[in-house]
Design a protein around this ligand. Structure first.
Ligand code: SAM
Ligand code: SF4
Length: 330
């Protein structure tokens, strides 16, 4: 097996992989999915064993952090078996296993996640108003998610709330969300809407640039730029006198690609070099009958072509990519 680290043609070392374990979801957030989504047949999706095999290949090549995502990762049947299997890799090359979830199933599994070695979860929560929540997610029930978040905290997991900032939908709640996160011991990351995949609504209606949001917050809070970096897209701020860390993910108003340390695997085994490009390789058939060496050689092809960066334009008539965010899970 090739043990060489994964370094792209711009010298960026890949140490972080986001693994989407399903394209399915129990919610239909308006900015993410169309009302009627067509999901993939089961045979097209990597089995749990294939996901573990692929994770082992990544770990052998220097990947330190794995994040499970979706669709909604917790609706995948057998997900906790996968979490336990990957959790056993922590300390054996893997440093961290995390999860991004909409929180609807978290109440049931928070204790199991902690037992498996998960220490942090990102939970998406765009509003704490039940009606708005039902509107934005098209079918979600806020109380279920809030119970899930509380269960995660009680199980000792550190919770980061992900909030997509939406003009006219939740922009008036951002300061309150920051205060609530502070009171609950969570961190908060705000995300700009990205033009990925056709959805019924016009995203430009709700696009909210986060530099303006930050200036608004600075009228009320003193924000100190933090040097905390995850190699990911977020820039962090410390809020004066408070424990909460504020992250801003600004793919449109401020490009973040130079320090990119990550690649993304869709549930089908397609691996994308960049969230904002279609550059990809297909690993599913190679995992099924090609063998580890061919998987590694194909990953090298991906690394050689990993784009320098992305360039989204929210006002363009078409989405930047046909692929929905639920394919790569953020
Ligand atoms: N279902 C899980 C969840 O909602 O956390 C994981 C997958 S979801 C695709 C990951 C993150 O992407 C969520 O925080 C969601 O709000 C965000 N997201 C989805 N579509 C987006 C878009 N078009 N622009 C910006 N963020 C988006
Ligand atoms: Fe589902 Fe997450 Fe997309 Fe919402 S953002 S529809 S919860 S995958």
């Amino acid at each position: 097996m090739s043990q060489a680290g994964m370094i792209d043609s711009f010298g960026r070392r890949i140490s972080y992989v986001r693994l989407s374990v399903t394209d399915r979801c129990d919610l239909r957030c308006r900015y993410c999915m169309a009302e009627r989504m067509v999901f993939l047949p089961k045979k097209d999706i990597l089995s749990l064993e294939e996901i573990v095999e692929l994770a082992d290949i990544f770990i052998a090549r220097g990947v330190k952090r794995l994040r499970l995502t979706g669709g909604e990762p917790l609706v995948r049947r057998g997900i906790m078996d996968l979490v336990r299997a990957l959790g056993r890799r922590i300390g054996q090359g893997l440093e961290e296993l995390t999860l991004t979830t909409n929180g609807t199933q978290l109440e049931k599994v928070a204790g199991g996640l902690a037992e498996a070695g998960v220490r942090r979860v990102n939970v998406s929560l765009d509003t704490r108003d039940p009606q708005r929540f039902a509107h934005i997610t098209r079918r979600g029930e806020l109380s279920q998610v809030l119970r899930g978040i509380a269960a995660a905290r009680d199980a000792g997991l550190h919770v980061k709330i992900n909030m997509v900032a939406l003009a006219g939908l939740n922009e008036d709640e951002i300061a309150d969300m920051l205060l609530w996160c502070d009171a609950q011991g969570h961190d908060l990351t705000l995300i700009e809407t990205m033009p990925l995949g056709e959805v019924e609504a016009d995203r430009t209606d709700h696009y909210l640039p986060l530099d303006a949001v930050r200036r608004g917050l600075e009228e009320r809070f003193t924000l100190h730029p933090s040097f905390h970096r995850t190699g990911g897209p977020a820039r962090y701020w410390q809020v004066d006198g408070r424990g909460v860390k504020l992250g801003l993910i600004t793919p449109l108003s401020e490009n973040f690609c130079a320090g990119c340390n990550r690649i993304r695997v869709a549930a089908t085994g397609t691996v994308y070099g960049c969230l904002g490009h279609d550059q990809k390789v297909e690993l599913r058939d190679l995992l099924r009958d090609g063998g580890t060496e061919r998987v590694n050689a194909t990953l090298d092809v991906l690394l050689a072509g990993k784009p320098k960066g992305h360039d989204f334009n929210i006002a363009a008539a078409k989405p930047a990519l046909a692929r929905h965010m639920s394919v790569t899970g953020g």
